[in-house]
Ligand binder design. Structure first.
Ligand code: SF4
Ligand code: SF4
Length: 81
C-alpha cells in the first residue's frame, strides 16, 4: 500500500482518482486506507494518486510492503465484495 506524508497540502486532487476509494480526507491531511490500496494493481499500470499529486507526498508505506501477487489478491477480494 501507499501512504500520504505530512507534506500533503489537502488539495483533494488524488481522492477522485483512486479506483478503490481508498483515499479520504483525514483530520489533518488526506489518508489512505491500506486495506483498500492495491497500489492500483488490477486497474492501472501506475499508482494514479502518485501521478496527480502536485507535491509528491505519496510514497510506498514501509509498514505495508506487499508483493504483486498479494496486491492482485487484494484487488480480487475488493472487487468481489
Ligand atoms: Fe488508490 Fe491506487 Fe493510490 Fe492506492 S495507489 S491509494 S489504489 S490511487
Ligand atoms: Fe494531499 Fe497529494 Fe492528495 Fe493533494 S494529491 S490531497 S497533496 S496527497
Amino acid at each position: 500500500a501507499l501512504m500520504i506524508t505530512d507534506e500533503c497540502i489537502n488539495c483533494d486532487v488524488c481522492e477522485p482518482e483512486c479506483p478503490n476509494d481508498a483515499i479520504s480526507p483525514g483530520e489533518e491531511i488526506y489518508i489512505i486506507n491500506p486495506n483498500l490500496c492495491t497500489e492500483c494493481v488490477g486497474h492501472f499500470d501506475e499508482p494514479q494518486c502518485q501521478q496527480v499529486c502536485p507535491v509528491d507526498c505519496i510514497p510506498l508505506d514501509p509498514a505495508r510492503k506487499e508483493t504483486q501477487q498479494q496486491l492482485l489478491e487484494k484487488y480480487r477480494i475488493i472487487t468481489a465484495a
